[in-house]
Design a protein around this ligand. Structure first.
Ligand code: 4NP
Length: 156
C-alpha cells in the first residue's frame, strides 16, 4: 500500500474532524497501519485556533475508547492542499469552501458521508449547537464512514 496522508476538515476543527482523526488513528493502530497512513485534521475557519476539542466530543469519543484530548484546532493552510493525498470534508459547505481555497486539482477533495452506504445522511451533521446525543449521532456516522473509507484504501 502506498503511504497516504489524510486530512479531515470541518468548520471549527473542535467537533467532527477531531473525532474523525481519532477514529481513524485508532483503526490504524488496531490494524498495524501506522507506517502506511498519516492522519490530521483542520478547520476551514480560525474561530477556535489552538483550542482543545469540544468537551462533548472528547466525552463521546472517550466513551467509545478514543482519546482526542491531545488534539488542537488549526486552520487549513495552502500547503495542506499539496501535502495531503485526501482532504475529506464533513459537509457540503466546507467542501465548497475547500474547493474555493484549493489551487490544485479538486480530485483529492471528498465528503466523508459519500463513504456511507445505505444512509439517510449526505453529510455529517454539525453537533456544536446540539446536545450530547447529537455528538453521539455524528460520532457513529463518522465511525461508519471512516471504516468504509479504510476498506476502500486497503483494498487498493
Ligand atoms: P465543527 O463544529 O465544525 O464540527 O468543529 C463547530 C465548531 C464551532 C462552530 C461551529 C461548528 N462555531 O460556530 O464556533
Amino acid at each position: 500500500m502506498k503511504k497516504l496522508s489524510i486530512l479531515f476538515v470541518c468548520l471549527g476543527n473542535i467537533c467532527r474532524s477531531p473525532m474523525a482523526e481519532g477514529v481513524l488513528n485508532q483503526l490504524i493502530a488496531e490494524m498495524g497501519l501506522d507506517r502506511d497512513i498519516n492522519v490530521d485534521s483542520a478547520a476551514t475557519h480560525n474561530y477556535h485556533n489552538h483550542a482543545q476539542p469540544d468537551k462533548r466530543a472528547c466525552l463521546v469519543a472517550k466513551a467509545y475508547g478514543v482519546d482526542i484530548t491531545n488534539q488542537r484546532s488549526r486552520q487549513i493552510t495552502e500547503g495542506d492542499f499539496d501535502k495531503f493525498d485526501l482532504i475529506i470534508s464533513m459537509d457540503k459547505d466546507n467542501y465548497q469552501n475547500l474547493i474555493r481555497k484549493s489551487k490544485q486539482s479538486h480530485q483529492k477533495i471528498k465528503q466523508l458521508a459519500d463513504y456511507l452506504d445505505n444512509s439517510n445522511y449526505s453529510y455529517i451533521p454539525d453537533p456544536y449547537y446540539g446536545n450530547l446525543s447529537d455528538f453521539e449521532n455524528s460520532y457513529l456516522l463518522i465511525r461508519s464512514a471512516v471504516k468504509a473509507l479504510l476498506i476502500t484504501l486497503t483494498e487498493k
